[in-house]
Design a protein. Structure first.
Length: 275
């Protein structure tokens, strides 16, 4: 795992930091509340369980504020949006903001339709987002690009979205993560790259959404959300890279990923490099 810190900030994060936070997740088992899409519910819940967190999935506005009140963090995933789900998301995000609970937004398919673009922007404009994680095309769409994505897939490299990410972070005061072959994380003027992972990960539905959940889990135990995002993306990439080395294809990659994540130890985390 390689972190290439573009602004020459030393000791931003190292493997012992990640190990400490991973142990905190395993000990505290923070509740990670997900209002997510129907495609990824199972894989994201399993990823959180393998990490050591406690997943909860909710869709009903009748219970969402109550559940939010004792959550460690809140994930909003725009993969299959509808009016009732969006209303539930607003109620949860407002309650999370009131209580100081981190909100991680995954703007799946932003730019592909009006609802997928306008809704994430509404959350951002209302100051409800702590961390925004999307692929390059999604981040560029939220930053005002006229390029249309192909469904939920990215047509751009993460470097192409750097300017949009910086603009969104500055304008809305949140951490922005652009996932891709190299993940880019920005917070204000701070920029960090995470170079890890494997192309086979793109063939497993929900792998990107799972990285959002792992970021949320680290944000529940690390209040520097820039660091928490780097930790979550690093763990995702590290496990994906090792799983791809063992797997014969995307089906077994998912299985190996869960096993590697569950068994992750301090020695394996030594592969993380911060520059």
């Amino acid at each position: 795992m390689i972190f290439d810190c573009l602004q020459k900030r030393t000791n931003m994060i190292n493997y012992t930091d990640v190990w400490k936070r991973l142990n905190r997740i395993r000990t505290d088992k923070p509740l990670i509340l997900n209002i997510t899409n129907i495609v990824v519910t199972n894989i994201t819940a399993n990823m959180l369980l393998a990490l050591g967190a406690s997943p909860a999935m909710a869709v009903s506005e009748e219970e969402i504020e109550e559940l939010t009140s004792f959550s460690g963090s809140l994930v909003l995933n725009m993969g299959t949006p509808c009016a009732s789900q969006i209303k539930t998301m607003y109620l949860a995000a407002a309650r999370a903001k009131e209580l100081g609970i981190p909100v991680v937004l995954d703007p799946v398919g932003a730019g592909a339709s009006r609802i997928r673009t306008r809704t994430p922007l509404d959350f951002l404009e209302n100051g409800l987002v702590s961390i925004l994680r999307g692929n390059a095309s999604e981040i560029m769409a939220l930053g005002g690009s006229a390029h249309k994505p192909r469904g939920v897939d990215s047509l751009h490299g993460s470097d192409q979205a750097l300017e949009a990410a910086l603009g969104l972070s500055e304008k809305f005061g949140c951490v922005v993560c652009v996932s891709g072959e190299k993940d880019i994380i920005v917070s204000g003027s701070k920029i960090c790259r995470v170079s890890n992972g494997h192309h086979m990960m793109t063939l497993v539905t929900g792998m990107g959404c799972s990285s959002t959940c792992l970021v949320a889990a680290f944000a529940a135990v690390e209040k520097d959300y820039f660091k928490a995002t780097a930790m979550g993306m690093a763990v995702t990439g590290l496990c994906g890279e090792e799983a791809a080395g063992r797997a014969g294809g995307p089906g077994s990659l998912e299985t190996f990923f869960l096993d590697i994540l569950y068994n992750l130890d301090k020695d394996k985390l030594k592969g993380i490099k911060v520059g």
